[in-house]
Design a protein. Structure first.
Length: 286
């Protein structure tokens, strides 16, 4: 493992910086194809409200945890106590990505209220119109879990933060909310595509960008850990590591659904509608 004082640290730091902003760009852009596709189609048919609903909570939690690791002296001190004096591998691009994701996810979520956008109304029993019980349970459970950890930390605030409950654990609880949400948020859409035998209404472009973002996010984290000379940068930032790996896993599933399993005219619609105008889309349908 290289020491941060090695001659190679300078170029590697530049590569890490580059990869960080490339992943920020890819992941940030991945949020736009779906709301743009919804807007062009004037409908959210083919998508589920579960995805943007749980995304909003997940990225709020991710934003707060990143902000704490970046700017809270207490959290950074407690992190150093537990990780050989190292600093968190959270970067500013992580915070910028999370903040941007909260805003765009909220906009996408608002599209499920047709009157706000002039969309066609969907039947209340149409799959995906209402938040599913499973996702609602995860949302409530996440809030209760964070509140419970915060209560425990408040009650034991005078103990040694290196070995006992500390405020960093409350921040980790926030980040684990994002981890849990990342593990489950794609499942309703995978199920919807399977049930419809089509990926129509689900933008494949967002998946391709998401895949690229996941790859560069993991690469940046590996480089940052290498520069620190220990793998604590990976274990100390489990959410960023999981975000990349889980996203890549599900992106591959979506690509298989789109390009292999449901490789038909309707399934391909999502690839082109983001850029085609309404006239061209109508001509294709005819």
């Amino acid at each position: 493992m290289a020491d941060s004082s090695d001659d190679s640290s300078g170029p590697l730091e530049s590569v890490s910086f580059l990869f960080g902003w490339v992943y920020f760009l890819c992941w940030s852009l991945s949020f736009y194809p779906q709301p743009i596709l919804n807007l062009r189609r004037g409908s959210t048919t083919g998508t589920t409200i579960d995805f943007p609903a749980i995304n909003v909570l997940g990225f709020i939690a991710y934003f707060l945890s990143n902000a704490s690791f970046l700017y809270s002296p207490r959290i950074r001190e407690e992190y150093a106590l537990r990780h050989h004096g190292l600093t968190p591998t959270v970067q500013f691009n992580d915070l910028a990505f999370a903040g941007h994701a909260v805003i765009v996810s909220a906009i996408t979520l608002s599209q499920f209220w047709p009157s706000l956008w002039g969309f066609e109304k969907r039947a209340r029993r149409d799959p995906g119109v209402r938040v599913s019980k499973g996702i609602l349970g995860i949302i409530i459970g996440s809030l209760v879990g964070v509140a419970a950890v915060t209560g425990i930390v408040s009650a034991r605030k005078d103990e040694d933060p290196k070995t006992a409950w500390a405020w960093i654990d409350a921040i980790y609880a926030l980040s684990y909310v994002k981890l849990v949400i990342t593990l489950v948020k794609y499942m309703p859409q995978v199920s919807t595509n399977y049930r419809n035998r089509s990926t129509e209404g689900w933008s494949i472009l967002q998946i391709l960008l998401d895949f690229a973002g996941g790859v560069f996010s993991i690469l940046q984290l590996i480089i940052d850990s290498y520069l620190q000379g220990k793998w604590d940068g990976l274990t100390g930032n489990p959410v960023k590591l999981a975000l990349g790996n889980v996203s890549i896993f599900f992106d591959i599933i979506f690509m298989i659904q789109h390009y292999c399993l449901y490789n038909d005219t309707h399934g391909k619609a999502g690839e082109d509608d983001t850029f085609q105008d309404e006239e061209r889309r109508d001509e294709r349908i005819e």
